[in-house]
Write a protein that binds this ligand. Structure first.
Ligand code: CP
Length: 335
């Protein structure tokens, strides 16, 4: 495996194999599997889970990892192409990325969307410009439109909980958040649930539809897996018989790049906070999923997040296990 960039690059059999390996490594530790191997981690955007889980994953497999982020005491990094560097930044990303990659056997890169131009973000212009600089195997740790590690962990979480693949109803719901957030998690999540063969409903208010490119890609995946993908702004209809509600806030696609109008539009949507009444017509054991971090009382009520429906900690732990499987395959783990 030379890249773990998009779940859509893998067959469902390959994903099932990664999940089996992740489960196996949980109960059968392999502390020598990646002995001598090094993972470089470049965080151009903030993190808790991804940062910690990749380091834990490498340590559990006997390898090592190092982290570089602009918050550290490194030279300021310039990211703009074609710039005359007579300002504060002393190093350009064009040198920094290949240098960092050269110290590792693989590199993980996180670079959130700029959220200025939707077409550019859909085309993954910024992330592709970074990976074009290297020959080293790489892992997408969240780009403009993707978060494959989160999606692999979420797929495993649903398998662990025996949530049906075929016939399982999966609701991806927009939720209120004071800021315009990236599209990466919702885009990756709708794709994951469609590939898993589920009946997927994207529940979102007017103005917050996912881009056509995201929905069309997910519908193609559903056509192959035997699932379906629809969208609505009707909560009661969406939640009817749901096995899972996956909450996430994202930017308005109608006003993409215009944060002032986006914030005005979302300010009237504070009631999009997942709470007990949302589950009235769902399956009795309908689960609540979220990638974290999550704002309590904003995205979801305390009673849902702290209650038996919530599987957010399970998802977060599965990040480490899923990434152990990816690293094991990418770096030739000695099983
Ligand atoms: N879910 C997730 O990627 O969390 P972090 O942003 O904390 O890494």
């Amino acid at each position: 495996m030379n890249a773990f960039n998009d779940l859509a690059d893998f067959s469902t059999e390959e994903i099932a194999s990664l999940i089996r390996l992740a489960t196996h490594l949980d109960s059968n530790p392999e502390p020598e599997a990646l002995r001598g191997k090094v993972l470089a981690l470049l965080f151009l955007s903030p993190s808790l889970r991804t940062l910690a889980s990749f380091q834990a994953a490498m340590t559990r497999l006997g390898g090592g990892a190092f982290v570089i982020s602009p918050d550290m005491s490194i030279h300021g990094i310039e990211t703009r192409p074609g710039i005359v560097m007579d300002g504060a930044a002393a190093e350009h990303i064009r040198e920094a990325v290949p240098v960092i990659a050269s110290y590792g056997d693989a590199i993980g890169i996180r670079a959130f969307a700029e959220r200025k131009n939707l077409a550019s973000d859909i085309a993954e212009t910024e992330f592709n410009a970074l990976t074009d600089l290297i020959d080293t195997p790489y892992i997408n740790m969240e780009s403009a439109l993707n978060h494959p590690c989160q999606s692999l962990a979420d797929w495993k979480t649903m398998d662990d909980l025996k949530i049906p693949q075929h016939g399982g109803k999966f609701v991806l719901s927009w939720a209120y958040h004071p800021k315009a957030l990236p599209l990466a998690v919702p885009a990756a999540t709708v794709q994951m649930a469609a590939m898993r063969g589920m009946e997927v409903t994207v529940l979102r208010p007017d103005g917050f539809a996912l881009p056509d490119a995201v929905m069309d890609k997910a519908k193609d995946a559903a056509a192959s897996s035997g699932g379906s993908v629809v969208e609505t702004d009707e909560r009661t209809e969406a939640m009817e018989g749901a096995h899972v509600i996956y909450a996430k806030s994202w930017s308005s696609t109608r006003h993409y790049g215009d944060r002032v109008i986006d914030e005005k539009a979302r300010s009237e949507l504070r009631h999009w906070c997942v709470d007990d009444p949302w589950f009235d017509n769902a399956q009795d054991d309908c689960r609540f999923m979220h990638c974290l971090p999550v704002r309590r009382g904003v995205v979801v009520s305390d009673r849902v997040l702290d209650g038996p429906r919530s599987v957010v900690i399970h998802e977060a732990r599965n990040r480490m296990l899923a990434q152990m499987a990816v690293l094991h395959q990418m770096l030739g783990g000695r099983s």
